[in-house]
Design a protein around this ligand. Structure first.
Ligand SMILES: [Zn+2]
Length: 159
């Protein structure tokens, strides 16, 4: 803390910034907006209580979480950061679906290549190698498909 100048919290609350001010390390005077938002959403005394209950090494993380949540609450007063979380979860499941479809496509192409190779080379050695190979790749694919999106892969398989 620069000598004499109060932290952003004490400045906003119009009080003297004590040497051991709990806000001072996390709300420097050069970023007044940060505390203003947290104060508006959670209230300064609640934030102070929350920080006091935490060990010092966790306080910085708690403050950045509070700042993030306050930001989200200002942008979306109804859902706050839950809105952001569910948007990201939707995105994750959408991407998992795309990944499952791409993996199904890769598997289809591999199987087509393997069967055309098997047609070309009729040696028994080659055949057992191919069989072994497809047995190895199959369970991985099946696990993934049943874990997330079940419909995609089977549609493609029937093409
Ligand atoms: Zn202060």
């Amino acid at each position: 803390m620069a000598a004499g100048s109060p932290c952003a919290s004490c400045k906003l609350l119009r009080r003297r910034c004590a040497k051991n001010c709990i806000f001072a390390p996390y709300f420097p005077s050069d970023d007044p907006h940060k505390f203003a938002m947290v104060h508006k959403v959670f209230g300064a005394s609640n934030v102070s209580k929350m920080l006091q209950e935490l060990p010092v090494h966790q306080r910085a993380d708690a403050v950045s979480s509070l700042v993030y949540e306050a930001n989200a609450r200002m942008r979306d007063p109804v859902y706050g950061c839950v809105g952001v979380i569910s948007f990201l979860q939707n995105q994750v499941s959408h991407l998992q679906m795309q990944l499952a479809m791409a993996q199904a496509e890769v598997l289809c192409i591999q199987m087509q290549q393997e069967s055309s190779m098997a047609n070309q080379q009729m040696h028994t050695d080659d055949k057992s190698f191919l069989l072994h190979n497809s047995i190895n790749t199959m369970p991985q694919f099946m696990n993934f498909a049943s874990g997330s999106v079940v419909q995609g892969p089977f549609k493609i398989e029937s093409l």
